[in-house]
Design a protein around this ligand. Structure first.
Ligand SMILES: [Zn+2]
Length: 601
């Protein structure tokens, strides 16, 4: 090993460090703003450019010393960004600088704030493996547009143990003593006053997080403040940070999402944040990380939505660079030199099969992670949740759960094992009305039936609803329709079209459907599937019994749908006279108090 640090102490003069083998730290940036920020943190002057680099290496390097390490800062070619470019830059860098031992991807990214992760502009995100993710999550967009399933192969390597140990050490250090990243940035900009406007911290009022539904209009020129407004109802309400928090740069550790497209969709952002714990979005790390197991450090400059905000880019790049310098300060140069050369690690990996790579990488002290997310599926989920939000149905599972909690063991088995229920289950277009006096246990029996059907694998579609005197969202025909539609929408992709059409017909969800249009939607959805079991509890607790009973008859007698309907209701006059016009006498079953008593004993 040729490496030596003896002759590279800090100096105020440009130093001749003409041997590429002296450099051990690779630092990749995507845009010039990031490489300028990085170079501002070098100790002393930049080193002279090398007279010799590998043939075909067209990278632009900035060389220098930082915290005792010789650092190569490389930036992607102007105007190029994304995974492919990052891969090319790293390959060239490793062939020109064969002794690089640790890698960093440093720059800016769009944040993904959630109620759990209060991420603000100027904060820092550090890729950090947790649970089952490798710190960098790769997602894809191209296939999503085509609506195909997403398939992602490839291993996203983690940085070496040395780097990860330094991250936890620095985390503990910040926790105890706080960080002075902000002060360090100020000190540098006091020296480079001409850069302070671009790289200094913007005013706090330039940090606005718009609600996901507020979309920046594409064609209009102007700032967000002018076009999108600053009214509180458009913005996500966030608490003011305390003075103490404000003084320290906040650092988040977790998953960074890396994709082949620039995330500018607040809904997709929120989905990935909620479901995958993504803290921020960028475009290079996934291309890099298989070629250079590296730590990704990102300063947050916007919120990955449609809004335009360039004000924070310089400062966010400075914050990320300041963090990496603190990290390098914790890493002893001699320990870095003792690490395996990344070039060798990578080269040896390339000739192995994937499973061998996995073993190989384990053997050198890092673990491999394959993480992918089906953005197409997420997009569908987003659409589904939008539909459901529009319907805003009540949730019958609360009644279901409550009744089961109250149930004595064995209750209702007499009915489940009885002939009437067996017949009802077997025959299509069957109907049953269970009636009894108040308090005879109808609701508990309904829940037992639902539970039985849920466990029955032959029962593909099960819809249920509980009318409830005590819950105003569970009393009308409109309420039951919304709930059944929602359940069917979730259970049967084949049946979704009618609701989607209705949503479009109602100004893309800007207006609510009428009760009669909900009836048509449910009818149309049911006609798309082979059969459905429907259990409706306590019709007598409905406040729109007249309409409900008319609809029930339509549903039960329709030639276009196949429903097996089971209802419970007290024997009250309007119910009885409505039902008896169309049901068979044997479809009525009385639940006697004694039946329940027998159960309870
Ligand atoms: Zn805007």
């Amino acid at each position: 090993m040729q490496t030596s640090t003896n002759h590279c102490k800090t100096s105020n003069h440009t130093k001749n460090m003409s041997d590429p083998a002296l450099y051990t730290v690779g630092w990749i940036c995507a845009i010039p703003t990031e490489s300028i920020a990085a170079s501002l943190f070098l100790d002393g002057e930049e080193h002279e450019r090398l007279t010799y680099v590998s043939t075909n290496d067209s990278n632009d390097y900035t060389l220098g010393e930082m915290a005792g390490h010789n650092v190569v800062i490389a930036v992607l070619p102007d105007g190029e960004y994304g995974q492919t470019s990052a891969t090319a830059v790293v390959k060239d860098m490793l062939s020109s600088f064969p002794n690089i031992r640790v890698g960093f991807m440093v720059g800016i990214a769009g944040g993904a704030p959630t109620s759990k992760n209060d991420i603000r502009l100027g904060d820092i995100v550090v890729s950090s493996p947790h649970d089952d993710t490798g710190g960098v999550l790769q997602y894809d967009y191209g296939k999503m547009i085509q609506g195909q399933g997403f398939l992602q192969t490839g291993f996203l390597n983690q940085p070496s143990t040395l780097v990860r140990t330094a991250v936890s050490g620095l985390k503990a250090q910040y926790k105890k003593k706080g960080n002075v990243i902000e002060t360090k940035i100020k000190t540098i900009l006091d020296e480079y006053t001409e850069l302070s406007e671009e790289f200094g911290r913007p005013d706090g009022d330039k940090d606005r997080l718009y609600k996901a539904d507020v979309v920046h209009p594409a064609e209009i020129e102007g700032t967000c403040g002018d076009i999108c407004g600053t009214q509180p109802e458009k913005l996500v309400e966030r608490r003011a940070r305390t003075l103490r928090e404000d003084k320290r740069t906040i650092i988040h550790y977790g998953t960074i999402a890396s994709g082949s497209w620039l995330m500018k969709d607040a809904h997709a952002r929120d989905l990935l944040a909620e479901e995958r714990g993504v803290l921020c979005f960028e475009m290079e790390a996934a291309g890099l990380i298989n070629h250079l197991p590296c730590l990704v450090v990102r300063g947050i400059c916007d919120y990955s939505d449609s809004h335009k905000n360039k004000d924070w880019q310089g400062y966010a790049a400075m914050a990320a660079a300041a963090y990496v310098k603190d990290l390098l300060t914790r890493m002893v140069p001699s320990r870095v030199e003792a690490e395996a050369k990344l070039k060798e690690v990578i080269d040896s990996d390339l000739v192995l099969t994937r499973s061998q790579v996995s073993q190989k990488v384990d053997a050198i002290g890092t673990t491999t992670q394959k993480v992918h997310v089906d953005v197409g599926e997420l997009r569908m989920q987003e659409h589904r949740s939008r539909m459901i939000k529009w319907l805003s149905p009540s949730d019958p599972s609360t009644n279901y759960n409550k009744a089961l909690e109250q149930r004595q063991e064995g209750t209702g088995l007499w009915f489940i094992h009885g002939d009437a229920f067996k017949q009802w289950k077997q025959h299509s277009n069957s109907f049953l009305w269970l009636h009894g006096i108040p308090g005879c246990g109808k609701t508990v029996l309904s829940s037992t039936i639902i539970e039985h059907l849920k466990l029955d694998t032959t029962c593909e579609v099960l819809l249920y609803f509980y009318f409830d005197f005590n819950d105003t969202s569970k009393q009308t025909l409109d309420n039951v329709l919304r709930s059944l539609i929602k359940q069917l929408y979730q259970q049967q992709p084949d049946a979704r079209q009618s609701l989607d059409q209705s949503w479009n017909a109602h100004g893309e969800g800007s207006q609510q459907p009428s009760t009669s249009s909900l009836q048509s939607v449910l009818q149309a959805m049911l006609s798309m599937i082979d059969k459905a079991y429907i259990v409706l509890d306590a019709l007598d607790e409905s406040k729109s019994r007249g309409d409900l009973l008319v609809w029930l008859k339509t549903l039960a007698t329709s030639k276009f749908t196949a429903c097996q309907l089971l209802v419970t209701a007290r024997r009250e006059e309007d119910i009885e006279s409505a039902l008896q016009t169309w049901i068979h006498p044997e479809d009525r079953i009385a639940i006697q108090q004694s039946d329940v008593d027998v159960d309870i004993e």
